[in-house]
Design a protein around this ligand. Structure first.
Ligand code: HEC
Length: 135
């Protein structure tokens, strides 16, 4: 009997996990393609050479950090990332001449899709203090 209850709870838990996972996976899978294809295009065209096609970083001699959940790209608020892309960093080149303001916003929106929900929530909370400047 005890075993049956344990088994039953496991099944219920598995059912819940699956139920929650399906829509999330669907949304994540669609977002970069359907919701923000411009941002993904800009990323692959402009950023991937250094930051890697999946944001894994260290794709060439510039040693660009990972932009995926494994490092701390998500610690930067949107406004700061916008300025970094436009004006450049210590090593990262300024891309403001190459990308339109709209493309810069689109690629930042694409970066959001790389992070975990918790990372994105924190990043958005800090972005309230340094928001995107409208193009
Ligand atoms: C020529 C290589 C290069 C290209 C192209 C490039 N980056 Fe970078 N990026 C870097 C380097 C190197 C750094 C580390 C900071 C520095 O030294 O400037 C960096 C830092 C960053 C950071 C901060 C990451 C952190 O963890 O602090 C973000 C966000 C970022 N880049 C986004 C982008 C985006 C988005 C694009 C495309 C629009 C892009 N980068 C294009 C080299 C590049």
């Amino acid at each position: 009997m005890r075993r049956a209850i344990v088994l039953l709870s496991l099944l219920v838990l598995a059912g819940c996990a699956r139920g929650q996972e399906l829509p999330a996976t669907g949304a994540n899978a669609q977002q970069p393609v359907a919701g923000n294809s411009l941002g993904r295009d800009v990323y692959l065209r402009t950023c991937a050479a250094c930051h890697g096609p999946d944001g894994e970083g260290y794709a060439n001699q510039y040693k660009a950090p990972a932009l995926d959940p494994t490092e701390h790209a998500w610690h930067h608020p949107d406004g700061q990332i916008q300025r970094l892309i436009r004006d450049g960093g210590a090593v990262m080149p300024a891309l403001g001449d190459q990308l339109s303001p709209k493309e810069i916003v689109a690629v930042i929106t694409y970066l959001h899709t790389l992070w975990t929900p918790v990372q994105l929530e924190r990043q958005q909370a800090s972005s309230a203090f340094d928001p995107l400047q409208s193009p």
